[in-house]
Design a protein around this ligand. Structure first.
Ligand SMILES: Cc1ncc(COP(=O)(O)O)c(C=O)c1O
Length: 482
């Protein structure tokens, strides 16, 4: 990290943790120069970066102030309190029903699991794919059996090195997207009947896999900002036979939680002490709004116990279905599972992505994608504030493209989902993120699409529907009381 980036990051942390609050003046450029013995150019660039990221704004002839953006949203939801027993998830049918609605192209895609395809360099990638396919070595069809293209695995390993994680190409297995990486990992470290610890709420993909493989889910209380509660996890591991953990430590789906580094390190130590593998799903980590890419828990793993799953679906090439797992000591087992399940990942797309990663265009694309998502998050939060009735709580993640909204309690998220679809709007209702179909009063909203009048109007409609449902359920409960 460059010096000005480090300084900007320190100030951003002070803003995020409340040391510097809304409207407060940040140290003047002169003061910072003196305190840190740095050049005027370094301070100027640090402040420019903070302005660009929306943390501070300049008031003419007065100085720099913390913007209201980071503080004005209503308070976020609290830590979840799931039941303290494992369960066989019974949610796959409901998930398929909701996913089908998400696929309808005419619906406003607040329920979608992807950002808008218009935010990706698909034309460039398409040209690269054509070029690569024309020059493909015919032997590659045999040589790229699992673990996959060595050129791509090298590029991926280089990116790990860049953010300080020691991963070698030999432990990487290329998969058909992040979900296959997670499924192969789960099957490599568990047997039917085993218990898998997941967040509460959890990404529905894990719940589907756990249900399909005959596993049991143990939900761990999870804070929307800092992720799973490690004290609870430690207590659970003492009393229950948890075989594996499947977690997102960075921009968790659906909460957006980002575990601080110390907690990631503690998590790895805790699981390592119990010899429990961690399947770490990191598909949103490139979509950070801060100054630096958050490090995964894998960065703290010295025993090869973390299976780090990732993919290009959310950050570069949706539809190409290329992902990977850096599987540590489980690499050979995962490799065999991959060979048995799909033989290999499509060769031309592996080569095209590998060629694209060698160009500086990737970093430029990521920067503009992050800027777009951050701006879209701001628009959606403002829109929620304008159109939703009071009493809701919403998360404000530091990356990714989903928000988690807790509605005033009598509202049923699944009913809202049904009615919203009738009004041409998709959303992801809370119960699909829970093995017991809980979180009824919660919804996940996708802000991955460039903001426009149609989206704003859909938010207004959603707000009205929530008002109507809230009023209806209040009338019913007062009728029942009389
Ligand atoms: C949290 C999370 N993990 C994994 C996946 C799957 O990624 P891919 O599309 O690369 O299979 C998704 C996709 O929605 C996701 O949201």
């Amino acid at each position: 990290m460059k010096r000005y980036e480090r300084i900007a990051q320190d100030i951003a942390v002070m803003i995020r943790n409340g040391t510097l609050s809304t409207g407060e003046r940040v140290p003047s450029m002169r003061q910072l120069r003196r305190d840190r013995s740095i050049s005027p150019g370094t301070v100027r660039r640090a402040y420019e970066l903070l302005q660009e990221r929306g943390y501070i704004e300049a008031l003419p002839r007065s100085g720099f102030y913390v913007t209201s953006y980071w503080q004005t949203a209503p308070p976020g939801p609290g830590t979840s309190q799931p039941r303290t027993r494992s369960t066989s998830p019974d949610v796959a049918d409901l998930i398929f029903l909701v996913l089908e609605a998400m696929r309808e192209p005419q619906l406003v895609p607040f329920g979608s699991a992807f950002p808008s395809p218009t935010l990706f360099p698909l034309a460039q990638l398409g040209r690269q794919l054509g070029e690569t396919a024309r020059h493909l070595d015919p032997r590659s069809t045999v040589e790229y059996l699992p673990p996959g293209s060595i050129a791509l695995r090298r590029q991926i390993a280089l990116r790990y090195q860049r953010f300080g994680v020691d991963v070698v190409p030999e432990e990487i297995i290329i998969t058909a997207g992040g979900l296959e990486a997670i499924n192969l990992s789960l099957r490599s470290v568990t047997r039917p009947g085993d218990v898998v610890a997941v967040e509460s709420p959890a990404f529905y993909g894990y719940l589907q896999a756990i249900e399909t493989f005959g596993l049991r889910a143990f939900e761990i209380p999870t804070h929307p900002r800092s992720g799973v509660d490690l004290d609870c996890l430690a207590a659970i591991l003492k009393r229950h036979p948890v075989r594996a953990c499947c977690l997102m430590t960075t921009f968790q789906n659906p909460l957006g939680a980002l575990m601080p580094d110390e907690q990631k390190s503690r998590l790895v130590k805790l699981l390592g002490a119990h010899e429990i593998p961690l399947i770490e799903d990191d598909v949103y980590s490139e979509l950070f709004f801060g100054i630096e890419r958050p490090r995964p828990a894998k960065a703290f793993d010295h025993k090869g116990m973390v299976l780090h799953c990732n993919s290009f679906s959310k950050c570069l090439a949706p539809g190409y279905r290329v992902g990977w797992v850096a599987a540590g000591r489980f690499a050979r087992t995962v490799e065999r599972r991959k060979a048995v399940s799909t033989i290999a990942t499509a060769v031309p797309v592996q080569e095209a992505i590998s060629a694209y990663l060698r160009r500086s265009a990737y970093e430029r694309h990521l920067r503009s994608l992050r800027r777009a998502l951050q701006e879209q998050q701001r628009c959606m939060l403002q829109s929620i504030q304008a159109h939703f009735p009071g009493g809701y709580r919403v998360t404000r993640p530091a990356g990714g493209y989903v928000l988690w909204v807790e509605l005033p309690s009598p509202i049923d998220g699944s009913q809202l989902h049904r009615i919203a679809v009738e009004h041409g709007i998709s959303l992801a209702p809370g119960p699909i993120f829970s093995p017991r179909r809980e979180f009824h009063h919660c919804i996940r909203l996708n802000y991955g699409h460039p903001w426009n009048a149609k989206l704003e109007e859909a938010m207004r409609t959603l707000g009205n529907l929530i008002c109507e449902l809230t009023a209806g359920s209040q009338e019913r409960s007062s009728g029942e009381r009389q």
